[in-house]
Design a protein around this ligand. Structure first.
Ligand code: GSH
Length: 240
């Protein structure tokens, strides 16, 4: 089996600035599936136009969740195989909370919040590999598109304080649910740990300071969990 993972370049001492890319790369390492990484430069050449995606024996598969589902099924469920049906249901519900809801608030913090440093030029250069002229032209366009999509999603129609509250409520739920456990289920990390790591790390280890980041940093158990995951799966990124 040959797997090529297409994703953005690493940034901020994280495996990736995109939580979905962190999730999938973590999964491939958890499942010990050999793969190579191709850094996306310019247009994202997947059917959905989104990253990450993989080439599996020459076929392109999109969407981190669908890719993981496929790899789990075809490799004997190496990561989530021990979970009960009830645990799988909880795992899915929390994944959806992070990917479909918390992601919107994190996107607001990154791309829209007027109180945040404008990182988008450096981000576009380093992450998407744009040359300097394009790195000036493209970020405002991306910013405008993200603002538009948050508006169409509906979350941007709330006052800023309400948007922060909606995301912070998600983080409280995650922190209270994880409690003192080292991993989400059982005695070893599962797919939900990869997603939790991806989202918490991409909130607390990126330069965008926001009420969401402040509230997340107060959940020491979530921060410790993301540090445990980084040390376990990306030891090369841990400063000694
Ligand atoms: N459901 C998708 C979401 C992927 C996603 O939203 N990726 C973002 C980066 S975090 C992206 O590629 N955005 C580029 C775009 O929308 O043009 C997955 O799980 O892979």
């Amino acid at each position: 089996m040959s797997i090529v993972l297409h994703q953005f370049a690493p940034m901020y001492g994280l495996p990736n600035p995109s939580p979905f890319c962190i999730k999938l790369e973590t999964y491939l390492r958890m499942a010990a599936l050999p793969h190579t990484v191709e850094i996306i430069k310019g247009r994202i050449k997947s059917a959905t136009g989104k990253a990450p995606y993989i080439e599996l024996d020459g076929n392109v598969l999109c969407d981190s969740g669908l890719i993981i589902e496929h790899l789990e099924r075809t490799n004997g469920h190496p990561v989530d195989g021990k979970l009960t049906l009830a645990e799988r249901a909880q795992s899915l519900a929390f994944q959806r909370l992070m990917e479909e809801h918390l992601y919107q608030v994190a996107g607001f913090a990154r791309w829209v919040d007027p109180a945040n440093p404008d990182e988008t030029g450096g981000y576009a250069r380093a992450v998407v590999g744009l040359k300097s002229l394009l790195a000036k032209i493209i970020p405002p366009i991306v910013k405008r598109d993200i603002k538009k999509s948050l508006w169409h999603h509906g979350i941007r129609r709330h006052a800023d304080e309400t948007i922060w509250k909606l995301g912070i409520d998600d983080v409280h739920a995650l922190g209270h649910w994880l409690g003192a456990r080292p991993w989400c289920f059982c005695d070893a990390p599962t797919v939900l740990d990869a997603v939790l790591f991806a989202f918490i790390a991409s909130i607390v280890r990126t330069p965008w300071d926001s009420p969401l980041k402040v509230a997340t940093l107060k959940h020491r158990n979530l921060v410790d969990h993301s540090e445990r995951m980084l040390a376990k799966y990306f030891p090369e990124l841990v400063k000694t």
